[in-house]
Ligand binder design. Structure first.
Ligand code: NAD
Length: 295
């Protein structure tokens, strides 16, 4: 299949590489010359704009930083919608707000183009290994068409509902993840301050009702889970800056829906303070440092 791939960053580059390895031909575009050069070395055809990239493409995939980039890549005069043929499907894998996806999808639909949202989880490791989870918002028909290609970049391809619902699933899950990591941090730090061995405490939590992914797989206290970022100086894993972005999307979507997200808003503020301290590059589990003396 001839695929247009736009956005070759930390996630997009390895995803594109997996599509090339699966035998697809790629027309690629990015504003970063170095990213284009690396893709060309692997056999992709460099294009001069999103409009140029989608010429003759049978499928369009975008993987961009935020809503403003998605808007400009699709809607500008040299954008995707200026060049894409009627009937060609497009899928945006960026993490953005549901309202923007629906707005761009409506503009695409007006010219006979179906756009799906398919944000991912699994991080750069998942993108490299081809084990991402895709949360897909699309009609059943479009989902069936996209599923085989997404499966060449990921392991779990989940149909969440119509366009926009992939983003809804992603921001709700990540808001809960941010809140649960703060909860586990608070409990572990309180236990340490009161004098229990933190290994014993984690063992009790992980065999009791407090257990969750943040306690049993990515525990924020160093030395509890050998493979967790906390046990290697909070490197790797899921960056706090990305968690802050997702919490911002969740709280803004909640504001628009007039839906209270009390703990989500507190979590957003805690990660914002972490970012201000210059710690946004660490794994998000380093939020535990909000609860203990500087080391
Ligand atoms: P990134 O910043 O590394 O890559 C984005 C790429 O888009 C860059 O190469 C940039 O040059 C390119 N770009 C920006 N504006 C462009 C434009 N107008 N036209 C063409 N290319 C343009 O970001 P990333 O880490 O690859 O993340 C991409 C998306 O995936 C984000 O929405 C992010 O929230 C989401 N995500 C990231 C991770 C992660 O662990 N990095 C995990 C899950 C989801």
């Amino acid at each position: 299949m001839l695929i247009a791939f736009i956005g070759l960053g930390n996630m997009g580059a390895p995803m594109a590489r997996n599509l090339l390895a699966a035998g697809h031909a790629l027309r690629v575009f990015d504003v970063n010359e170095a990213a284009l050069g690396a893709a060309a070395e692997q056999g992709a055809k460099i294009c001069t704009s999103p409009k140029d990239a989608v010429l003759e493409a049978e499928l369009v995939i975008t993987m961009l930083p935020a809503a403003a980039h998605v808007r400009s890549v699709y809607l500008n005069a040299d954008g995707v919608l200026a060049g894409i043929a009627r009937g060609v499907p497009a899928v945006d894998c960026s993490t953005i707000d549901p309202a923007t996806v629906r707005e761009v999808a409506a503009k695409a639909a007006a010219q006979g183009v179906r756009l799906a949202d398919a944000p991912v989880s699994g991080g750069t490791g998942g993108a490299q290994a081809g084990t991402l989870t895709f949360m897909v918002g699309a009609s059943a028909e479009l989902f069936a068409q996209l599923q085989p290609v997404l499966a060449q970049m990921g392991r779990n391809i989940v149909h969440c509902g119509d366009v926009g619902t992939g983003q809804i699933a992603k921001i709700c899950n990540n808001m809960l993840l941010g809140i649960s990591m703060i909860g586990v941090s608070e409990a572990m730090a309180l236990g340490a301050a009161l004098g229990i061995d933190t290994g014993v405490l984690a063992g009790v939590i992980n065999s009791s009702t407090g257990r969750c992914w943040s306690s049993d797989t990515c525990n924020p206290w160093p030395g509890i889970v050998e493979t967790a970022p906390a046990s290697r100086g909070y490197t790797g894993g899921f960056g706090a800056e990305l968690m802050l972005k997702d919490l911002g999307l969740a709280t803004e979507a909640a504001r628009q829906a007039r839906q209270p997200v009390i703990l989500g808003a507190v979590a957003q503020q805690l990660f914002q303070a972490m970012s201000l301290r210059g710690e946004g590059g660490k794994d998000f589990s380093a939020i535990v440092d909000s609860y203990r003396k500087p080391r």
